[in-house]
Design a protein around this ligand. Sequence first.
Ligand SMILES: [Zn+2]
Length: 150
Amino acid sequence: MSRSTIRCPKCGGVNPSDAKFCIFCGTALVPQQSRSTPGAYEVRYSLITPDGKEIEVVGEAIKVFGREDFIGIIPREYLILITRKSQGGHFTIACYSSSEGVSCYIRDDNSKNGTLVNGKQIKGAGWIKLNDGDIISPAGAVNLVFRFKK
Ligand SMILES: [Zn+2]
């Protein structure tokens, strides 16, 4: 018997059944049943700026962040360092929920100026698991605190 697999809905690549993201294109592989599992947690988190401004994300399993998301949130001199969505975005946060809770991962979208997580460059490093309180710094320009919301 071969190991069970899951086919990527986007590129058709065949992945191990326990893969959370397509190993070929990075699409989140969310098992169909987990979306309607009773007691599954809702995806809900915030990115919080040093001066307390908050970008709240509710119910979006995959969200691409680009310059447009930070207009009015961070100073203009930092804004211009962040890659626009029309250029592929700066970074993506992908989450999946189970009966145990919500897990989120971040990936730099090959942005011009890279992304730091807790001071470490993640550009080119694939998906990195996010923990509550991690510091995300697009272009190293602004420190955003990642917070799960209840
Ligand atoms: Zn794929």
